[in-house]
Design a protein around this ligand. Structure first.
Ligand code: SAM
Length: 250
């Protein structure tokens, strides 16, 4: 669960009133004197979350156009872990959509589930911009967003609509003092909190995936729900645990 103060919406234009109301956030017109306070803001046509301008380092936003030009750590391993040829995927813990975008870039059709309204709003905003950029529109056409919990979404799918792969990347405690983790990302993580129901989500994923479930973990982390995968692919910064259910057709 979340351990940081609720974010507030900083008003930059009249359009912000409706956005703040939709997210259930207080609308403010002044920066509050609290260095840990996160603000949602709509600036230069983009939704972001970050500290007050004087303290901002790296606001968190979803930018798939930018992602296309930058290497994503563990990309090749992720594609290897999925198996199959362009499988359909439910990314049950979509977050900022970085892994979903990698999968969609490789031809997968990806349904992203994100239950935190603020995170889902960032994702929706990023997807909207990706849909109108010439560089990303083909990729974005393979991505869709479900703004609710993945367990309910997976459970209501008819057998024919179940995905080939369910992908899970539940929040894992980050080493908070690491200089590599920027302050805003750390605050953002504590806003989202730990995904304490991820063991139950793994159970549902194993019932609903047709071919396999893939779980992302830090390299030395224990297995999710202490459930040993049949195989893992491990890189320097990340490990993918694979729970195969049925072989892909050759
Ligand atoms: C570690 S982040 C995922 C990061 C993501 N893989 C990426 O590439 O950006 C985990 C996210 O999953 C979301 N989440 C966790 N459990 C969920 C569930 N059962 N349904 C929907 N979203 C969930 C959290 O709100 C959080 O935003």
């Amino acid at each position: 669960m979340s351990s940081s103060p609720a974010p507030v919406f900083y008003k930059t234009s009249a359009a912000c009133d409706a956005m703040a109301a939709r997210l259930g956030l207080d609308l403010v017109k002044k920066w509050l004197p609290n260095s840990e306070q996160l603000y949602v803001f709509f600036e230069q046509g983009r939704l972001g979350i970050g500290l007050a301008p004087t303290q901002r380092e790296n606001p968190v936003a979803v930018d798939f156009v930018h992602a296309l030009q930058h290497r994503h750590p563990g990309k090749e391993l992720l594609i290897k872990a999925l198996g199959g040829k362009r499988p359909t995927v439910v990314d049950a813990t979509a977050g900022l959509g970085r892994d979903s975008f990698v999968m969609a870039t490789n031809g997968c059709t990806v349904t992203m589930c994100e239950r935190m309204p603020v995170v889902a709003a960032l994702l929706e905003d990023g997807l909207m911009r990706a849909n109108i950029s010439i560089d990303t529109m083909d990729i974005a056409a393979r991505m869709s967003l479900v703004k609710s919990g993945a367990a309910d979404y997976l459970e209501q799918l008819s057998a024919i609509d179940c995905p080939d792969v369910v992908y899970l990347d539940p929040m894992f405690p980050v080493s908070g003092k690491s200089a590599l983790v920027k302050k805003e990302m750390r605050l953002f993580h504590s806003l989202v909190g730990l995904d304490e129901d991820s063991a139950a989500l793994l159970d549902i994923a194993l019932q609903r995936a047709r071919h396999r479930v893939v779980v992302k973990r830090p390299p030395k982390a224990p297995y999710l729900a202490e459930r040993k995968p049949q195989l893992s692919v491990t890189g320097k910064a990340v490990r993918f645990d694979i729970y195969p259910l049925k072989a892909f057709a050759k």
